[in-house]
Design a protein around this ligand. Structure first.
Ligand code: NAP
Ligand code: MG
Length: 512
């Protein structure tokens, strides 16, 4: 059934820029003619099959939860229930770990690496074949614009499977003169911001290196991981090699504490990451943590300004700011600050906020009511701290969880909106004069996941990237991902790398 074309209040409202004469300080003022809109272009829900209820995928079969408990997952753009999914308890987790252990000992560690690769290639191709359905489900369940699910999340997930499939029988080239061995059963726990991509990001390297998996998606976005379980079933992967358990925090905790799990790969908040680290202290479990961030985007006066402004917009408003590496702090060199802020405000006004299924939408729904409340609380904190707020004048849809794109100027380095992760479409703007000053300010955070540098000079890029304490530094671009490139943080952003050759290492022991 096609989705009813719904002009989500301001959705579709597009800025037609008209120039007015130069103002007295000689800057051009842009006016927005909002008298016309794009016609709605919604993707059809009919291409997505969502079951009414999902059980747990354990040992290659869909099994009723021993917990006998199910929870709803909703569409955050409409607050409508999409489906209900099982909640795995400790006994369910144990069942999955036993299945994964059996599959590891009896099948997976024994089959030739090139056979493992074939399974992973098969999953990659099936993700590609079902790309449209997966994109729609990702958008329905999580609230992100269909353009992102379709053009980023799903293709990048398929690419991770392709990439790691290629490594499966070449591990001796990845680590020359060393003997590699899998770890055994790995427990993997993912957040809600890139549900399918995080599943691919974790499951693909684990399988390529010969491990078996117990994977837990987030409670607010479990559906694409469960669709992936269907793909894995259809791909005929030996039973128990991948087990997918929907659930809540206690499900994750049971995976972390299970004595027969050899490694935990966690992506989520720094708070839960610290709890996991404490829980496994003193055990032999290996751990990688991909945690929060507070990335600095730095614009120097010699930067191509329009390109930089677009990069900043992409950096913080992409996926509603639900991005661990979101460029949530902007440092702009004082001499160009006025121009950059004006351009950012103009661009904010032209962003289309609304129905995530509409192909024109730039900013979709916030993932949950709880997350929306957190973001709104931070906006209030910013105002109370004395920063100056600017929001787009768009109207928000009446139903669902939406937040206006917001920026703050006059922000002090010590303000909470400049220090803490907001995980929403909120940008804190600060200024600087010299390289040393901006390095000190950018590094002055407990996090260290990513950063961006905008300048015309290659030498300046290298100078900055060397001194920025961040796992990823983008130059004259932002939020670019590739399966061949390692990703991970410093300090409270975690440790270990996912992606690329480095992403194989946490799933292996090296000998010799
Ligand atoms: P979260 O609350 O830490 O949850 C992450 C996952 O851990 C969820 O599946 C959650 O289950 C589960 N969990 C909760 N309590 C647990 C416990 N005690 N033991 C084990 N697992 C537990 O994070 P989130 O709110 O979903 O995601 C947002 C955070 O993730 C942000 O801080 C963001 O920066 C970070 N993130 C980091 C990266 C990166 O690569 N560095 C990427 C994406 C997101 P339920 O939620 O289902 O209850
Ligand atoms: Mg949902």
């Amino acid at each position: 059934m096609p989705v009813k074309a719904k002009p989500a209040s301001r959705a579709g409202k597009v800025a037609k820029k008209t120039m007015t004469p130069a103002t007295k300080n000689n800057t051009l003022k842009l006016k927005f003619d909002t008298s016309w809109t794009y016609a709605p272009a919604p993707e059809s829900k009919s291409a997505a099959i969502i079951n009414k209820q999902y059980d747990l995928f354990i040992d290659g079969k869909w099994q009723k939860p021993l917990s006998k408990t199910f929870i709803d997952t909703i569409n955050p753009a409409t607050e409508e229930k999409l489906s209900e999914v099982a909640v795995a308890n400790e006994a369910d987790v144990n069942k999955a770990v036993v299945a994964a252990r059996n599959a590891y000992e009896k099948v997976w560690k024994k089959i030739p690496a090139k056979e493992r690769a074939k399974y992973i290639f098969r999953i990659a191709r099936m993700v590609q074949e079902k790309a449209r359905e997966l994109s729609i489900i990702e958008t329905l369940d999580g609230g992100k614009p269909i353009r992102e699910s379709r053009d980023f999340d799903v293709p990048t997930a398929a690419n991770h499977f392709f990439y790691y499939a290629g490594w499966a029988d070449k591990l001796e080239y990845a680590f020359p003169n060393r003997k590699t061995a899998p770890l055994g059963v790995v427990g993997q726990i993912a957040p809600w911001n890139f549900p399918l991509l995080m599943a691919a990001w974790k499951i693909a390297p684990a399988l390529a290196t010969g491990n078996t998996v117990v994977f837990k998606p987030s409670k607010t976005t479990p559906l694409t991981a469960l669709k992936l379980a269907e793909i894995i079933e259809e791909a005929d992967l030996p039973p128990g090699v991948v087990n997918i358990l929907s659930g809540v925090g206690s499900t994750g905790d049971a995976i972390v504490r299970h004595p027969d799990v050899n490694k935990i790969a966690f992506t989520g908040s720094t708070e839960v990451g610290k709890m996991i680290q404490r829980a496994i202290a003193g055990t032999e479990k290996k751990l990688t943590l991909e945690l929060g961030g507070k990335a600095a985007n730095i614009i120097f006066e010699d930067a191509p300004i329009d390109q930089a402004v677009e990069g900043v917009i992409n950096g913080i408003f992409f996926n509603q700011g639900h991005v661990c590496c979101a460029g949530s702090r902007l440092y702009v060199q004082e001499s160009i600050a006025k121009t950059v802020i004006r351009k950012l405000k103009d661009r904010l006004e032209s962003l289309i906020v609304g129905d995530p299924l509409d192909k024109n939408t730039d900013i979709g729904a916030i993932n949950s009511r709880q997350q929306l409340e957190t973001i709104l609380e931070y906006i209030e904190i910013g105002k109370k701290e004395g920063a100056e707020m600017y929001q787009s004048s768009c109207n928000l849809p009446k139903k669902g969880f939406f937040c206006k794109p917001t920026l703050f100027t006059n922000v002090a380095q010590s303000n909470r909106i400049a220090q803490e992760e907001i995980f929403g479409p909120v940008l804190a703007i600060l200024t600087f004069r010299t390289d040393d000053e901006v390095i000190e300010k950018a590094n002055n955070t407990p996090y260290g996941l990513s950063a961006g540098v905008w300048t015309d000079k290659g030498s300046k890029v290298f100078n900055m990237t060397k001194r920025l304490r961040a796992g990823v530094v983008w130059a004259n671009t932002f939020n670019k991902f590739d399966p061949t490139s390692p990703f991970g943080g410093y300090k409270e952003s975690g440790f270990g790398r996912e992606g690329g050759l480095h992403g194989l290492l946490p799933y292996l022991s090296l000998k010799g």
